[in-house]
Design a protein. Structure first.
Length: 318
C-alpha cells in the first residue's frame, strides 16, 4: 500500500457499508490523496472484528483524525452511534459522534444516523445517507429541496436551511432482488439490474404503466411471467420491465406521500446521489415526471460529507 506525504494529509474518511468498505486519506481541503477498499463490509463482521480490519486498512497512513459513516455505527457494528431525531441540522452531526479508541491509540469518530417520526408516530431511519447529504451541502451549501438516494433501500430526503426535515424509505431495491431471485419471476428475468439501460423500452413502459395507474403493480408483476410463458420474452427485457414497474411504484408512492412539489408532477429540481447502475434509471424516472435531476456519485458524497462534518466540528471546537 502507498504511503502518501504526511505533511499534506489532514484526516481519514471511511464509508463502512454493509458489503464493503472504502477509506480515503484527505488533505485539509477534502482532496483525496489515497483511497483503499476492502471487501469486509459491516454485514459480515462481528463487533470485535472491526478493529483488526480497520488497522489493516489504514496501515502506513499517519495518525490523523478518523471519521466513519455507515453501518459500522449500527447496533451490530463496531460501536452503536445513536440516531439523531429530525429535523436535524446536518452540521450538528459532528458534535454527536461516538468515539472509539483502538489498541494502537487511534481515535475513531463514528457519525450517527437519523431518525424521523411522522405525525402518526411511524418511524423511519437512515445510516450513511445523512453523510451523503452532508456531502451535497459541502458542494452546494445553500441547497434546499429534494434529494433521492437510490439503493437497496431508497431514501427520499427533504433538505431545508441545512437540515434534514423529513425522509422516507422505499424498499425498492431489496424487493427487486427478492422478486428476481426468489419468486416465480426468477425463471424469466436476468438478475443484474445494474446492466439495465435507462432508455430501454421495457423499462420506460413499465415505469409509465405504473405511474399512470394503467397497470397495478401486483398485476404487472405477474404479467412478466405470462409474457415469458406465452411469448418467450427475453430475460433482459423482462428484467428491464420489472425495474420499471418497481421504480414506477416507488415514484407513485412518493407522489401520494407529498414528495412532488405542490402535490403535482413537475416543476422542481432534485439531486440523485447514488451509484452508476441505478442513478441513470432514477434520473430518467425523474425526467418522466417533470423533476429536473442533477447527480452526485454516492461514494464521493460520503467522503466529502465526512470532510464537511469534520471541518464544521473543527470550526466550533476551541
Amino acid at each position: 500500500m502507498s504511503k502518501p506525504d504526511a505533511t499534506s494529509a489532514d484526516m481519514i474518511a471511511i464509508d463502512w457499508g454493509t458489503t464493503n468498505c472504502q477509506a480515503s486519506l484527505l488533505d485539509a481541503n477534502g482532496v483525496e490523496l489515497d483511497t483503499r477498499r476492502v471487501p469486509e463490509g459491516a454485514g459480515g463482521l462481528h463487533s470485535d472484528q472491526f478493529e483488526s480490519v480497520f488497522e489493516r486498512l489504514v496501515a502506513g497512513w499517519p495518525d490523523l483524525p478518523v471519521w466513519i459513516c455507515g453501518m459500522a455505527g449500527s447496533r451490530q457494528g463496531w460501536r452503536e452511534a445513536p440516531y439523531l431525531s429530525c429535523p436535524a441540522l446536518l452540521s450538528d452531526l459532528g458534535s454527536r459522534i461516538t468515539q472509539v479508541c483502538t489498541a494502537s491509540g487511534r481515535i475513531v469518530r463514528i457519525v450517527p444516523g437519523l431518525l424521523y417520526r411522522d405525525s402518526r408516530d411511524n418511524a423511519d431511519i437512515m445510516r450513511g445517507e445523512e453523510t451523503q447529504i452532508a456531502g451535497l451541502l459541502a458542494q452546494q451549501d445553500d441547497f434546499e429541496g429534494l434529494a433521492i438516494l437510490p439503493g437497496t433501500h431508497c431514501k427520499w430526503v427533504a433538505v431545508k436551511d441545512g437540515k434534514v426535515t423529513r425522509f422516507q424509505t422505499f424498499l425498492t431495491g431489496e424487493l427487486y432482488s427478492l422478486l428476481a431471485t426468489a419468486s416465480i419471476l426468477r425463471h424469466c428475468v436476468s438478475h443484474h439490474e445494474a446492466e439495465i439501460t435507462a432508455d430501454h423500452p421495457a423499462f420506460l413502459t413499465g415505469f409509465d404503466d405504473v405511474i399512470s395507474g394503467r397497470v397495478p403493480l401486483v398485476s404487472g408483476l405477474f404479467q412478466i411471467r405470462a409474457q415469458d410463458v406465452l411469448n418467450g420474452a427475453q430475460k433482459d427485457d423482462s428484467a428491464a420491465r420489472l425495474s420499471g414497474l418497481m421504480i414506477g411504484a416507488e415514484f407513485a408512492a412518493a407522489q401520494s406521500g407529498g414528495w412532488f412539489k405542490d402535490g403535482n408532477q413537475g416543476g422542481q429540481d432534485g439531486f440523485i446521489i447514488g451509484g452508476p447502475g441505478l442513478t441513470p434509471l432514477y434520473a430518467k424516472a425523474c425526467e418522466r415526471v417533470g423533476i429536473r435531476p442533477r447527480t452526485l456519485f454516492g461514494l464521493d458524497a460520503s467522503t466529502k460529507g465526512l470532510w464537511y462534518l469534520a471541518h464544521k466540528q473543527s470550526m466550533t471546537t476551541p
